[in-house]
Design a protein around this ligand. Sequence first.
Ligand code: ADP
Length: 446
Amino acid sequence: MKLRTKIQLFTSIFMLVLILIINASIYFLFYNNSVDSELEELAEQTTTIISTMNTNQGIPPGELIKAFLPADGLIRVYPETGSPLVRQSKSSDYFDLPGGYSNLEKREVTTYNGDRFAIVSRPIIWSTGEIVTLQIAKHLISLEESMKNLLYVLILASIIMIIPIIIAGNLLARFLLQPIKSLISAMKENKKFTQWKKIELNNRSKDELYEMEKTFNEMIDSLKDNYEMQEIFVSDASHELKTPISIIKSYAQLLERRGKDNPELVKESIEAIESEANRMQKLVEQMLALAKHKEVQRGENVNVAELLEETIDVFIGAYGREIEFSLKDATLYVHGNRDQLKQVFYILIDNALKYSDNKVTILAEKEGKQIAVYIQDFGAGIPEEEQERVFERFYRMDKARNRNTGGTGLGLAIAKTITNSHGGTLAVESKLGEGSTFKVILPANE
Ligand code: ADP
């Protein structure tokens, strides 16, 4: 069953039941009140009869009673045993109405031959001195008529009420389902044509449906960004891999054609093939690293000061370059993955050494609730317009020169991904000809 039919059915049935309950209550309340007032009236009549009998002792009670005979009813007087002393009615149809002697006052409604009667019985002292039962019965013709009319009115009112309820249910279903419908059609179109179609936000009110539409659009935006980034990444990656592959291929062809009698060429070709293969290996490893470092892997309490010392030692040992390290606080703790954080510092120090010939200075300190690490070199620097771009994947400022330095353009992208996944930031300040300072900020682990 469609959601729309369900909403429509539920609201209609619910309202119908509600109307039936209300109308039935009205019907029975009216009936009870009317019956009560009829019985009350009859009871008052018996009181009047008794007082009239007391004040007119001379008149035979049987005769006196005639004056009080209701138009559609009967009056009877029952002795304790035997047939009634008085039985008077304007219609003989009522004579057989069930009744009898009772020494208690009774008010009741009885159905006789399909007609309803209000009956009041009261014990009284008869002229003979014995206790008898005075019984007045009244056929509730007008009440039956009123109840019938009331029933028609209530049925008509229910029918009239159910029409706007059905219309309201329909409108409600439409109101609720419209955004869902457009969402489904947008999803179907997106799936069928691989599009990034969003839905038009209606500004009626900022309700849950509006939130759903807004979230859907945000999700489409982020899917689109992700998809485009992946596309760029794949095309950049294949482009980057193409160069070493074609170099290897051309050296292989050269070796095939002229390698046999040219030992110099063989040596040069093998070196070039090895260097390009290494480059490819590095590229592939870095691409994998980029995918892997989007999340922090196994976090622990890491002392950044210690980590920097370790990394700096490796570089001094390998290159013999001057690296000046100043530490303002002995313990600088962050929560994160040791190996991933080490890779950030490794990339930044490696770049500082690669792109400058002078010393490199490193400063680590605590700034409020953050740990800051500055890696400064005095090299060529990065022009202002390129300072944001150097963090992009595969972005290299001077491709020819960077080829010689073995750069892939992925280092800073990896470093930024790791810092961001640790809740930190990575930025650069640089002046052409004076050098660059890369600044890593990480949240301190108290
Ligand atoms: P690469 O593998 O090319 O070094 P990176 O992502 O690490 O890739 O760096 C991107 C580009 O940013 C480099 O190619 C280089 O041009 C520039 N760059 C990075 N660090 C420095 C630096 N310390 N000084 C000058 N330029 C730098």
